[in-house]
Design a protein around this ligand. Structure first.
Ligand code: BG6
Length: 293
């Protein structure tokens, strides 16, 4: 790769994992090359937008707890393969940096690849190639492109499993999924009708909203801000908070950290899995924006 533009640097982060720091004019992001995992995003003058557990492992081949893990090519456990890694292999394999450029508006754009060859070298022979493009300025733009290199149609699930930092999840309201049906993972995968009210979190919450193509807003009165998650090419939104017992049970999640986060994931999962024709490319985009209010 050519010389990095001003504001971009490669360095070793926690656990010695290589990461790309993108210090743009209006915001900063950090992307760990393992998983092309956005570990940090902060517009200038704002608190961090993404949550990261103080207990996260930063170890080669292990998932990072927080930021934006990329789930691919399956979401959750792989059907019929209990030993396969949860949420797929993309988040635990090394990606490569393809290009980093600086825009005239002072934003920085970086592209990362996980080729079918690299997946095979990592022990996961596969026919789909991925690339993630990250653009950071006042907002964060994430484009996940999946390309079918095979001669046969191929299906996949994917998620930009975004962990958001909130002042207190019990005070937050999540708008934009009213009336949308969801699979409730805390109730034996029961399909439930969407409520007419915005979502509030008062217990373990693990919901896969299907046919959910619209933007979602996380209202955080404690920090007087709204996080808007807009998307294109995504039909699933996942909302997750582990609450007390599950947080305690996860070794890489602080016992009391559950109140400071909520996941709102831009995805294509379960009935919304994507089938790609030979040679075709699918792009899923998420845009994260902070507004006052
Ligand atoms: C969510 C799933 O997307 O991710 C939950 O819906 C899961 O069921 C959570 O517990 C965290 O998954 P992991 O593999 O990162 O612990």
């Amino acid at each position: 790769m050519e010389r990095l533009p001003d504001g971009a640097r490669l360095e070793r982060g926690p656990g010695g994992l290589e990461r790309l720091v993108l210090s743009a004019s209006d915001g900063e992001a950090i992307v760990t090359l393992q998983g092309a995992h956005v570990a940090h995003f902060q517009p200038k003058g704002e608190k961090p937008v993404l949550w990261m557990s103080s207990q996260s492992r930063f170890e080669s081949g292990k998932p990072i707890r927080g930021g934006v893990p990329i789930c691919f090519p399956w979401f959750g456990p792989k059907a019929g393969a209990p030993d396969a890694p949860l949420h797929g292999f993309a988040r635990i394999l090394p990606w490569s940096v393809a290009a980093v450029t600086r825009g005239s508006d002072g934003s920085l754009r970086a592209a990362f690849d996980l080729t079918a060859d690299a997946a095979a070298r990592g022990g996961f022979p596969h026919e789909l190639a991925l690339s993630l493009t990250v653009r950071v300025g006042r907002n964060l733009w994430l484009d996940l492109a999946v390309h079918n290199t095979d001669a046969a149609p191929r299906a996949f699930e994917a998620a930009l499993h975004s962990y958001f930092a909130v002042s207190d999840v019990r005070q937050a309201r999540i708008r934009g999924l009213e009336g949308t049906p969801y699979v409730d993972k805390t109730a034996g995968m029961a399909l439930k009708p969407g409520a007419s009210e915005p979502i509030t979190i008062a217990a373990e919450t693990d919901r896969v909203y299907l046919g959910a193509t619209g933007a979602v807003t996380i209202e955080d009165p404690g920090w007087r801000r709204r996080i808007v998650v807009a998307k294109v090419g995504s039909s699933t939104t996942v909302v997750w908070n582990p609450w007390i017992a599950k947080a305690k049970a996860m070794p890489d999640f602080g016992d009391d950290e559950w109140s400071g986060m909520v996941c709102v994931e831009t995805a294509n999962a379960m009935d919304d899995a994507v089938t790609l024709a030979p040679g075709a490319t699918h792009v899923m985009t998420a845009t994260l924006e902070v507004q006052a209010g």
